[in-house]
Design a protein around this ligand. Structure first.
Ligand code: SER
Length: 319
């Protein structure tokens, strides 16, 4: 990424988009980062630079924005996540796949446009080795979201090989952040728990206490994303999607960590349909290829993430 890059973010109001827009506007300047979302928005992503309402399923509208601003990089973040997708499978498949094809086809016609597309730990399934899940392993996802992400990975690699599209991707673990709420994922509990701990002192968790999942704090996710986009093309040897890891924990462990700051905090467990989704995913991830190929290294662990989350959320809630 250079100062000259003009970046388009699709799905800018989502959990990753909100943070990424602000971070890239700091790096590149407000006018260089075009934020778009399917719905009109208020607040920082609209105030700090260009914002447009764009539906990723409308390929012509996406192409028009890319041409208007001479966009050189697209971060295509618009998708339905795991829990929401199970409630509306056909729409999730349509949105997650058509959105991706629209962007890949634009980049096929104009190979100066570099693409970032997020994949997920949801590409793995119940037959995948759960601990230190390798980059290349059995992938039989059992959720609609996971099926769409796995198919998406195959198409990304295909467009890279056949059409020279410079597409790059990360299999994000559950992401923890304070600037915006996650929407419709199975790992969302690890964000909700902080809000409820501060607001109510208690949290009813929709996963069982010993359900370990891979997680990452948003500043690390942004660093991973931006370093992958900065990497020289020949270092990006994997064009499906890279495993990346930050930390792994279960609800009981994170509640114990929160209790170090808020000693009266309590947690109860009432697992719902998301338990089965979580059980089909890895507990921890082997990300040695991302480390080797483009120098990935996380900064936050459970303790430092918890301290930072509570500090920032407290500051937000006072205002
Ligand atoms: N955080 C996502 C979800 O829970 C996984 O990619 O759906």
């Amino acid at each position: 990424m250079t100062k000259k890059d003009t970046v388009l973010i699709l799905g800018a109001a989502g959990q990753i988009g909100t943070d990424l827009v602000l971070r890239l506007r700091e790096d590149l300047g407000g006018s260089q980062v075009i934020a778009t979302d399917v719905r009109d928005q208020k607040g920082p992503i609209v105030e700090g630079g260009p914002f447009h309402v764009v539906d990723v399923m409308d390929g012509a509208a996406v192409a028009a924005i890319i041409n208007k601003y001479n966009v050189t990089q697209v971060y295509h973040l618009a998708a339905l996540l795991s829990a929401t997708a199970e409630k509306n499978p056909m729409f999730a498949w349509k949105l997650n796949m058509e959105g991706l094809f629209n962007i890949l086809d634009i980049a096929k016609a104009n190979t100066a446009v570099k693409i970032f597309w997020p994949s997920s730990i949801a590409v793995f399934g119940p037959t995948t080795p759960r601990d230190h899940t390798p980059q290349n392993t059995i992938m039989e996802p059992s959720t609609v979201y996971g099926i769409s992400k796995q198919a998406g990975e195959r198409w990304c690699e295909y467009y890279f090989r056949k059409h020279k599209v410079d597409v790059r991707s990360i299999r994000y673990p559950g992401l923890i952040s304070y600037k915006s709420a996650p929407g419709g994922g199975t790992t969302d509990y690890a964000v909700d728990i902080f809000h409820k701990a501060l607001e109510a002192g208690t949290y009813e968790c929709f996963l069982e206490k010993n359900t370990t999942l891979p997680m990452m704090y948003m500043p690390d996710a942004l660093d991973a994303t931006i370093s992958l986009m900065h990497a020289a093309a020949d270092k990006v040897k994997i064009r499906s999607s890279y495993n990346v890891a930050g930390m792994s924990f279960d609800p009981e462990t994170i509640s114990n960590e929160i209790r170090k700051h808020l000693p009266d905090f309590t947690i109860t467990y009432k697992p719902d349909f998301r338990q089965a989704i979580a059980e089909s995913w890895p507990a921890s991830i082997d990300d040695s290829m991302a480390r080797e190929h483009w120098g990935w290294k996380e900064k936050f662990n459970l303790a430092t993430m918890t301290t930072d989350m509570l500090m920032n959320l407290k500051a937000q809630k006072v205002i």
